[in-house]
Design a protein around this ligand. Structure first.
Ligand SMILES: [Zn+2]
Length: 350
């Protein structure tokens, strides 16, 4: 174990490192080498470098010899070499990692608006109304609350609100969301999406809108999650995948800081845009639209997909994915030579 950055008092740092070591030892026997690419299924890879393990956002980072980042030779998507069972990540998110809401952030409302706008376009084009939304990793509850108000329907005597359901692994975030928005009480499942019976949930609620909020890259077996949702979904549903950044085919949308720290975000997969498109289209969701956003407080990509049982994934996307990855990785490798600058971004942005 090598400490990369430590800005905590030594007692606190020791506490977190001990917790992490105990957690790792507990699940090491069930961990496995991540030999198959989740996007294209290829087992051929090269090593990119050390996986930067975040024990506390902006404060404590380390590397370990047995945990690397590897690049798929076929599609260029990057992934962790070592994966643990679900429950490892549940504890990791709740006791380490250190991403929790403390107030309603303006950028979260901006994010909700972008998502709502994407849905408005889609539902208007298809002459439909949004009735039921599931958000994976609903965090502070802002998007669910925004959607509930934005998509309500008023008649002369009644107001109809869309059904809002969330899944969120961080217990503190669930408590925060329910306190801020009491209508979300009983509507948020405090668990990892991998532990939820998605076929039953989607069947019971007939969702027409699914939002994966900075989540899909963090789940084990994303293919299973996507196809389980697809199996019982409402006809003509839309699936939004929102991420902080992808390995990007639109380099202009990436700021320097994103290129520096894009592989130190504790994700299991670092998809390319085209890789994600391929993954979704292999599992019944056809690409619809995407928007990039890039302000100081909010950077990312919002990609939308529409449910379509007949869609076929396009092999060309794997080639484009590989090309985008090669370009992005060449920048990343150059930037990594400046360790001081890299650590500065980890410490200031996370
Ligand atoms: Zn691949």
């Amino acid at each position: 174990m090598k400490i990369l950055l430590n800005k905590l008092p030594s007692k606190k740092a020791d506490e977190l490192i001990n917790f992490y070591s105990g957690l790792k030892n507990k699940f090491l026997g069930e961990s496995k080498f991540n030999y198959e690419c989740d996007v294209c299924g290829s087992k051929e890879y090269t090593v990119l470098g050390d996986d930067v393990i975040r024990l506390s956002n902006t404060k404590l980072y380390l590397t370990e010899d047995d945990q690397k980042l590897i690049i798929c030779k076929r599609c260029g998507c990057v992934r962790k070499s070592l994966v643990f069972p679900d429950n490892f990540y549940y504890d990791f998110l709740n006791y380490l990692y250190n991403i929790v809401p403390c107030s309603i952030d303006k950028s979260m409302i901006e994010k909700a608006k972008l998502r709502a706008q994407m849905c408005i376009d889609y539902f208007q084009e298809n002459s439909l109304h949004l009735k039921s939304v599931l958000e994976i990793s609903c965090y502070d509850g802002v998007t669910l609350d925004f959607f509930r108000n934005f998509f309500k329907k008023k008649t002369s005597s009644e107001t109809f609100y869309p059904t809002t359901v969330g899944i969120e692994p961080t217990t503190f975030a669930v408590q925060f969301a329910m306190k801020q928005f009491p209508h979300l009480k009983g509507k948020i499942i405090n668990d990892l999406v991998e532990n939820v019976d998605l076929q039953k949930l989607t069947h019971d609620y007939k969702f027409d809108t699914i939002i994966s909020s900075y989540a899909l890259r963090m789940v084990l077996d994303p293919k299973k999650i996507i196809s389980d949702i697809a199996k019982k979904l409402s006809h003509q549903a839309i699936f939004l995948v929102h991420e902080g950044s992808f390995i990007n085919s639109n380099m202009l949308s990436l700021t320097t800081q994103q290129l520096f720290r894009q592989f130190s975000q504790q994700k299991i997969n670092y998809f390319t845009n085209h890789g994600l498109k391929y993954l979704m289209e292999s599992n019944f969701f056809k690409f619809y639209k995407q928007v990039f956003h890039d302000s100081d407080s909010l950077q990312g990509v919002l990609m939308a997909f529409k449910y379509n049982q007949k869609v076929k994934a396009d092999e060309k996307d794997l080639e484009l994915s590989k090309e985008a990855s090669n370009l992005c990785l060449s920048y990343w490798r150059t930037f990594q030579k400046d360790k001081k600058e890299f650590l500065k971004y980890l410490e200031n942005i996370g």
